[in-house]
Design a binder for this molecule. Structure first.
Ligand SMILES: Cc1cc2nc3c(=O)[nH]c(=O)nc-3n(C[C@H](O)[C@H](O)[C@H](O)COP(=O)(O)OP(=O)(O)OC[C@H]3O[C@@H](n4cnc5c(N)ncnc54)[C@H](O)[C@@H]3O)c2cc1C
Length: 293
């Protein structure tokens, strides 16, 4: 399908982008890599007369390390994350999420900001970033605010972001020792297949292998990435072993809210959630006791 006539605005600063988004509200869309937006416009899932591109704002690209956290610029692509040694060393759970995401050509364009702000329930990065306690920075001409990622999503393709706010960076705190996180998606094909269901898990264990903190986030089985708080809470204080992970998997199946669609029935997705939860917890535990987070 062809695109409608659209006015294209290429911002060179955040201020310009935010002002244009405000000026043309509500009929304006931000564009980063365009891998989601252009498909949505071409298939008429959404329409607009104004596209504001932030792709030339260099300050939004790349990784910065600070004392307490890693800062990932919103325009950092899935390939950038995959190619960064420090991500492999300190955040292997993020590698889990980007290594099989789409094909290389898409990974080279797909930004982390777009993956999060697009709020597609099957998006690969939100679940792992939620269990890593990440937050997003939102900037507009009226000010800046920080929102924990678990509070960012409000529904499919819906977030708390205001029309003129730009997601500028993602902050991921450095994990403590004996912490591990992993992401396990299930897709129908290796490349270009959105997750039918996915699970991210993180564990903090003590020297006696007792779980001190646990987070489990379910992807593609609820309107938003679903932090399964009861599943995590039930693990705390338990010995980190397959029996505990099996009980957690059972509980995760109960709290999932899957729908049926062309990629799988609700029951199929629920079964998957059980299996993926056990696998994600197993991997997170291996990383927690093996040294790398
Ligand atoms: C063939 C194909 C395969 C794909 N496979 C996968 C996959 O396996 N896993 C997966 O998770 N995704 C997949 N996607 C979806 C897409 O590539 C990713 O979600 C990508 O990260 C989106 O980033 P983008 O920069 O292209 O976003 P864009 O398309 O530019 O934008 C997406 C949405 O986010 C908003 N937005 C973008 N950046 C910002 C920002 N900084 N601040 C505020 N709002 C912003 C836009 O307004 C738009 O609503 C696939 C897409 C295609 C076309």
């Amino acid at each position: 399908m062809l695109l409608n006539d659209i006015e294209f605005h290429e911002a060179s600063t955040l201020r310009e982008a935010s002002e244009w988004m405000g000026r043309y509200a509500p009929d304006a869309r931000l564009m980063a890599g365009g891998t989601d937006l252009l498909v949505d416009l071409k298939t008429r899932r959404c329409s607009t007369n104004h596209v504001v591109s932030i792709n030339r704002i260099a300050a939004l690209r790349g990784l910065t390390t600070t004392n307490g956290s890693l800062r990932i610029g919103a325009l950092t692509t899935a390939s950038d994350l995959h190619n960064a040694t420090m991500i492999w060393e300190r955040f292997p759970g993020i590698v889990d999420a980007v290594k099989d995401m789409a094909v290389l050509q898409i990974r080279n364009m797909a930004t982390i900001g777009g993956n999060i702000a697009g709020a597609v329930p099957s998006g690969d990065l939100p679940p792992i970033l939620v269990v890593l306690n990440a937050s997003v920075m939102l900037w507009s001409v009226s000010g800046e605010r920080q929102v924990p990622l678990e509070d960012f999503f409000t529904g499919p393709r819906q977030t708390v972001r205001k029309q003129d706010e730009i997601l500028t960076e993602i902050r991921v705190p450095y994990p403590p020792p004996r912490f591990g996180a992993a992401y396990v998606p299930f897709a129908l094909r290796e490349a270009n297949g959105c997750a039918v269901a996915s699970v991210a898990a993180s564990l903090l264990v003590d020297e006696k292998n007792v779980i001190r903190d646990a987070r489990v986030c379910l992807g593609a089985v609820a309107p938003v990435p679903k932090l399964a708080k009861t599943v995590g809470a039930a693990l705390v204080g338990k010995l980190a072993d397959e029996a505990a992970f099996g009980r957690a998997a059972k509980e995760a199946k109960e709290v999932a809210l899957p729908i049926s669609d062309v990629r799988g029935s609700a029951n199929y997705r629920r079964e998957l959630i059980g299996i993926l939860t056990q696998r994600a917890l197993h991997s997170a535990h291996k990383r927690a006791v093996g040294g790398a987070q």
